[in-house]
Design a protein around this ligand. Structure first.
Ligand code: F6R
Length: 608
């Protein structure tokens, strides 16, 4: 997590660093800080508020032309000024910003303390400036190289030396870093979004690399040996324009209501109505490769994992090949089997999630094929996979993922159609599925025009001690997603269970009036779902039911009835998730939560 930005060039660095931090704030917003090399000294300012607070504090600051800055998501050490970056050596001549985790922190702190170093923070990062100082004899590059040989763990770092205002040193191992190559200026950043206002030419640093940047040069070398590396300069593609709220009070609400458009963007040019088929050019697969795929495994975290679950169910049901979703952080560490005939999808909005990236590496190490299913164009996951499908949701700014979920599910359904047509799906069935997918943006729009009594549902959950979400089949990942949203935005204790599993334990949690949210569209599981709801009703729980329009039996069972348009089973997650997104948003609002930046979270999770 954490965002890094560093500038060296002819202009005042401070405004550029603050602007970069604003663009990186989605990576963490526990504190922010900046260090400039001004009058041969380090000028450092920090704030435990948001970037806006730091910006106000540094207004009118020095016009120095070299500096580094950081926006933090706390890992080691609480949210305090001492723990905010940049961190400095004992002489306050070397400043470091860091994204990642120093895993051997304890040993390094012990070693440095024995050598007489005093620590002023609880962070793992602080060992780095002290180590650099330990190896510094006037050569900044050699000092950083030698210092980082001691560090085990992950890092993207930028280092500034008061003695060397003409340069900055960066190094990467496991945490993303790009260098924006400008005209007489160069910028180091955690991701391309932070440099695109200045240049579209970038060098993507690789693990084990270090770079020395001045205003006119970018020199990349191997971190361990210093051997020069000829890096490729890539052009940033995609829309990184600043996202606007378009009159909505929060990005989350805007992104919820944007879903008819974002799903349409994801489907555009990919559905072949007449052929009853679909095309995903980025997979670069001909029908023979598709036929050779005998298994699909979706990898992801959080919301992306839920999308992967829904996608895997569709593949199994329609293409009739084994498919499953795996939580990336679990998958990578259990020495998984990578079947030769499997196609893996790495699903990620940001394209930077460390756990998903780790799972990709595990599959690739074992000779497997991983396709990206990513939103952010040019992100690390997209580049690491090399092939895949962009979901084209457009920039998602709110920390809680909404439109990315529906775009990911849409993309996986397009893939399912393609796969199923090489096997089980007839031309006629293919045409029906293609038409259903094409109709989804309008159905989503129709629901959003009249979302039903969400406020009644909000009233039922805001004071609740516990909320239970239930769903079967395709509705189970939706129930999980609804519970995740309510937790992260409203901080209401809740969990999601497969409806049939409830009687094996969680039903004990229910007492008179406890809210139970049942996701029960008219699908093949409906009859069974009704039985489960009766069981809940018998315990006096308050039933909030998301069901298909016109389903009178469901309406009669519900204390709060939220009807949604009728859709095919496999497409139901695209519709049933919408009321749950709105419920979380409105519950967060009622409880006066920080909707777009909920506590303890960050948009891009680049640590394990
Ligand atoms: C939930 C949420 C997270 C992300 C997860 C994966 O609203 O945003 O659970 O879905 O951190 O992130 P990506 O999709 O960027 O890999």
């Amino acid at each position: 997590m954490c965002g890094i930005i560093a500038y060296v060039g002819p202009d005042a660095a401070l405004p550029k660093l603050i602007e970069g931090l604003r663009r990186l704030e989605y990576r963490g917003y526990d504190s922010a800080g900046v260090a400039l090399i001004a009058d041969d000294d380090l000028w450092i300012r920090k704030d435990t508020g948001r970037v806006a607070a730091l910006a106000a504090q540094v207004e009118g600051g020095p016009t120095a032309q070299t500096g580094i800055a950081h926006t933090r998501w706390a890992t080691h050490g609480g949210i305090s000024l001492d723990n905010a970056h940049p961190h400095v050596d004992a002489k306050s001549r070397i400043a470091v910003v860091h994204n990642g985790i120093v895993e051997n922190m304890t040993a390094l702190v012990g070693m440095l303390k024995e050598e007489g170093v005093t620590f002023t923070s609880e962070t793992d990062t602080e060992v780095i400036p002290h180590l650099v100082r330990r190896h510094y004899d006037g050569d900044p590059v050699a000092a950083v190289r030698e210092a980082l040989q001691h560090v085990r763990g992950t890092f993207g770092v930028a280092v500034a030396f008061a003695d060397h205002p003409e340069l900055l040193v960066a190094a990467r191992n496991g945490s993303p870093l790009v260098i924006g190559v400008g005209d007489g200026e160069n910028i180091i950043a955690s991701d391309p979004q932070a440099v695109v206002a200045h240049t579209r030419q970038v060098v993507y640093m690789q693990d084990g690399e270090m770079a020395v940047i001045t205003a006119d040069s970018v020199k990349v070398q191997k971190l361990t040996t210093g051997v020069k590396i000829q890096s490729e300069v890539a052009t940033i593609e995609g829309d990184y324009g600043p996202a606007e709220m378009e009159g909505y009070p929060h990005f989350m609400l805007k992104e919820i209501f944007e879903q008819p458009r974002s799903i349409r963007r994801c489907l555009r040019g990919r559905i072949q109505l007449r052929e009853g088929n679909a095309k995903l050019g980025g997979l670069n697969m001909d029908p023979r490769d598709i036929v050779a795929t005998n298994r699909v495994i979706n990898l992801g975290c959080g919301t992306s994992y839920h999308a992967g679950m829904a996608g895997a169910m569709a593949v199994e049901a329609l293409a009739r090949i084994p498919a499953r979703a795996e939580i990336a952080s679990e998958f990578r560490y259990r020495h998984p089997i990578v079947p030769r005939d499997a196609m893996f999808f790495a699903i990620s909005q940001s394209g930077e999630t460390a756990d998903t990236l780790g799972a990709i590496h595990e599959v690739q190490t074992k000779g497997g094929q991983v396709m990206g299913c990513v939103n952010v164009v040019g992100s690390t996951i997209a580049r690491t996979c090399g092939r895949g499908v962009y979901v084209h949701s457009g920039p998602e700014i709110a920390v809680a993922s909404t439109k990315a979920f529906t775009s990911q599910v849409s993309a996986l359904l397009v893939f399912t159609l393609m796969l199923a047509r090489t096997r089980n799906l007839s031309l006629q069935q293919g045409r029906e599925m293609a038409a259903e997918l094409e109709a989804m943006p309008d159905k989503v729009a129709r629901y959003l025009e009249n979302p039903g009594p969400i406020d009644e549902a909000v009233a039922a959950v805001t004071d609740a001690r516990y909320v239970l979400f239930l769903g079967r089949g395709y509705s189970y990942p939706v129930a999980l997603e609804g519970a995740l949203k309510l937790k992260e935005i409203a901080y209401i204790p809740c969990e999601a269970y497969p409806s049939g599993e409830m009687k094996h334990g969680p039903i004990a949690m229910l007492d008179e009036g406890a809210p139970v949210i049942a996701v029960t569209p008219q699908d093949s599981q409906r009859e069974k779902a009704i039985s489960n709801m009766k069981e809940v009703e018998a315990r006096g729980a308050r039933l909030i039911v998301i069901h298909t329009e016109g389903d009178e039996e469901m309406e009669a069972l519900a204390d709060v009835s939220i009807p949604v348009p009728a859709v095919a089973d496999y497409a139901s997650p695209l519709i049933t998730v919408l009321p749950l997104q709105l419920l979380a948003y409105k519950a967060g609002l009622a409880l006066e939560r920080d909707i777009d930046k909920p506590r303890n979270l960050a948009k891009s999770v680049t640590v394990e």
